[in-house]
Design a protein around this ligand. Structure first.
Ligand SMILES: [Zn+2]
Length: 160
């Protein structure tokens, strides 16, 4: 890493600390030529392995773009999409693996999306799970209804 002031190639680390709960390391460096200090940051790269075998860096933006399509015309704003993407990333990182197949990113999206908006969830799930018939939708909707009534049941039980 070259010094941003004088372009000298050599520097020494004067301090390093973990940030973002250990997901990144920040180092304070001192240039051995001009003596000025600068900061570098190292982040653990979370790689997504596509079906073709190609890997690319996990990107929240990509999650947002994928989900936004399913949310067209739905009352879901950008903040909600950003939060969803953050939850997806957190759940993937919590699994503690450095590489994840792309279909598992899709899986990680389904849960939070279902909580966010049911219609968007059905749209996304229909593409992701490649629904091929009306029965596929009917089954998914039945599951959704069941999950909802279970939840309502829980809430009223707690209320009493
Ligand atoms: Zn320098």
């Amino acid at each position: 890493m070259r010094c941003p002031f004088c372009r000298h190639a050599d520097s020494r680390v004067v301090d390093s600390r973990e940030v973002e709960e250990g997901q990144a390391i920040r180092r304070r460096r001192s240039c051995s030529a001009c003596g000025r200090r600068f900061t570098t940051s190292e982040t653990m790269v979370l790689a997504v392995v596509k079906r073709s075998g190609v890997t690319e860096q996990f990107s929240r933006d990509k999650v947002v773009r994928g989900v936004r399509r399913a949310c067209q015309g739905r009352p879901v704003d950008d903040d909600a999409l950003q939060q969803l993407a953050q939850r997806v990333e957190e759940s993937i990182r919590a699994a503690g693996v450095a590489e994840i197949p792309s279909h598992e990113v899709g899986l990680a999206i389904l849960g939070p999306l279902r909580e966010l908006d049911e219609v968007a969830y059905l749209r996304f799930a229909s593409v992701y799970r490649s629904f091929s018939s009306v029965e596929d939708f009917e089954k998914e909707i039945a599951d959704l209804r069941k999950a909802m009534s279970d939840k309502l049941g829980d809430e009223s039980a707690h209320g009493e």
